[in-house]
Design a protein around this ligand. Structure first.
Ligand code: SF4
Length: 189
């Protein structure tokens, strides 16, 4: 089994899919190596590609505020993406690209071993929960896969595009907080 650092060194030199040709930086992911909650988005955008960090820019700020509102700091959680290199013009990652790159995410999940995985947006949910997942219909529902409690909510970028989604996203974040509390209490008993 790799350490997170060993895996990052491998991913930083990855040329397995065509996204390697257009990237500026690989965005491996960041956060707490022992996180209970892992957030997964679809892929890096413009600012992420420039900086090599996940969820920066306006959407990143909104994400920080939302996790802040349920009592977390970014460094308490782990944040990653389905693909580690930016798809040109922020298009959705293609199925083949996701299929290749998700192997790295699987390793990240194995190493970090979170209890809760939150898919941010439909692309993450379709790759992790169900290929027919519909974000407006199925968001906010908890799924169990092995030891993982998995839920999907809107991607922060979608909330910036359509403010009316924020009410439902807030419900989802409260549900994440409740799940976290439940898991923490189970550990104490
Ligand atoms: S997106 Fe993933 S598989 Fe494709 S080059 Fe980047 S790290 Fe490798």
């Amino acid at each position: 089994m790799y350490t997170l650092e060993e895996l990052q060194a491998i991913v930083n030199k990855c040329y397995r899919c065509p996204l390697s040709k257009t990237r500026t930086n690989v965005v491996f992911g960041e956060g707490n190596k022992n996180a209970t909650i892992m957030f997964v988005g679809e892929g890096p955008g413009y600012y992420e590609d420039k900086t090599g960090r996940p969820f920066v820019g306006k959407a990143g700020k909104l994400f920080d505020n939302m996790i802040g509102a349920i009592g977390f700091k970014r460094q308490d959680t782990y944040i990653g993406n389905i693909v580690k290199c930016r798809p040109p013009n922020n298009r959705n990652p293609l199925e083949e690209e996701s299929k290749i790159c998700i192997e790295f995410l699987r390793w990240q999940v194995k190493i970090i071993d979170p209890d809760i995985i939150i898919c941010l947006g439909a692309v993450a949910a379709r790759n992790i929960i169900d290929k027919n997942f519909r974000i407006t219909k199925n968001r906010g529902t908890w799924y169990t896969k092995g030891k993982f409690n998995i839920m999907a909510t809107y991607h922060p970028a979608a909330l910036l595009r359509d403010e009316s989604k924020k009410k439902d996203a807030w419900k989802d974040f409260k549900s994440i907080h409740n799940m976290y509390k439940e898991i923490s209490e189970r550990r104490i008993k």
